[in-house]
Design a protein around this ligand. Structure first.
Ligand code: NDP
Length: 283
């Protein structure tokens, strides 16, 4: 009798656009892992139930994307350190009884920037735009990677304050008002962790906050990254990088957690980048 491959999935709403099924399928082919991986679209009110049904029908692991990451962390019986600090989980593993949560977004971003793009994050005075699930995932990893001070701005300031409190490094991590952005000097690194580009929202960003050595990173990719990357190039940033590499690296980190083997990401990244040539990184 042929064994049924273990089931994996990405949960989101919407999720049809997700590249995760093809990325994980490519990793599985590369490493000879038998598994299935699907995209499951579920509205927030049905998420908890859908996760339970998935586990009962052979689900062994789940990636979680917008808007469920914070709800996913709450549904887990245990959280790894990265998910606990973030208060958001993007990788769930079923241990046979319960879901265990982790967050690979920050590790994915830092690996893309430091290894693929060969950038040194140490000592960079950094501005983080946004305080949602992705921002909460990447902030601790940026601090661990050795950035200097971190300034967080968010449309709803209470969420920026909550993230700064959760990071627990007063003196190094600060919450600021969006309207005052122009009065905090130059940043060496600006990370856009908002979803403004996905919903046609415009970010009001003064040109004077960046200089010719500034690294600009948008966690979004595809069309959603175009407005911020265009602003960064127009403002004279040294590099303007989208979130495609982070996407591949956070997936590799999830894959390694589930299967105990880390895939080589270069071929998958090159293939996705070739499919979207207009989104090449600047410089
Ligand atoms: P959330 O819904 O959790 O958070 C959205 C964030 O964007 C909030 O800070 C929100 O502010 C802000 N925001 C939304 N619209 C606007 C606007 N018009 N102006 C200013 N701020 C706005 O989403 P996530 O954090 O999960 O995702 C954020 C982005 O990161 C998405 O585009 C997503 O695709 C990308 N991402 C990429 C990954 C990758 O691997 N490359 C991984 C994870 C995410 P407020 O709190 O005030 O509403």
């Amino acid at each position: 009798m042929t064994a049924v491959p273990a089931r994996y999935a990405v949960f989101g709403h919407p999720v049809a656009h997700s590249l995760s099924p093809s990325i994980h399928a490519a990793f599985a082919r590369q490493l000879g892992v038998a598994m299935s991986y699907e995209a499951i679209d579920v509205a927030p009110e049905a998420f908890a139930n859908a996760l339970g049904v998935f586990a009962a029908s052979g689900g062994r692991g789940a990636n979680i994307t917008l808007p469920h990451k914070e709800a996913a962390a709450e549904l887990c019986a245990r959280l790894g350190e990265r998910a606990r600090i973030a208060g958001a989980a993007n990788t769930l593993t079923f241990d046979g009884t319960d879901w265990v949560g982790d967050n690979t977004d920050g590790a994915g971003l830092v690996r893309d920037l430091t290894e693929r793009q060969a950038l040194d994050l140490r000592g960079r005075r950094t501005l983080l735009l946004g305080a949602g699930g992705a921002a909460r995932g990447v902030a601790p990893a940026l601090l661990d990677a050795g950035i200097d001070e971190l300034y967080v701005v968010n449309r709803h300031t209470d969420r920026a304050d909550a993230l700064v409190d959760a990071l627990g490094q007063p003196g190094r991590v600060h919450s600021r008002y969006w309207d005052d952005l122009g009065s905090h000097g130059l940043f060496d690194c600006v990370v856009n962790a908002t979803s403004a580009g996905r919903n046609d929202g415009e970010l009001a960003l003064p040109m004077g906050i960046v200089g010719p050595r500034t690294l600009a990173v948008d966690l979004s990719y595809g069309d959603a990254a175009i407005p911020f990357l265009a602003w960064a190039r127009g403002a004279g940033c040294a590099q303007a990088i989208d979130g495609l590499g982070m996407l591949v690296e956070q997936a590799a980190e999830s894959f390694a957690l589930w299967h105990g083997k880390r895939p080589d990401t270069s071929a998958v990244y090159a293939e996705l980048r070739a499919r979207a040539p207009s989104l090449t990184t600047a410089d």
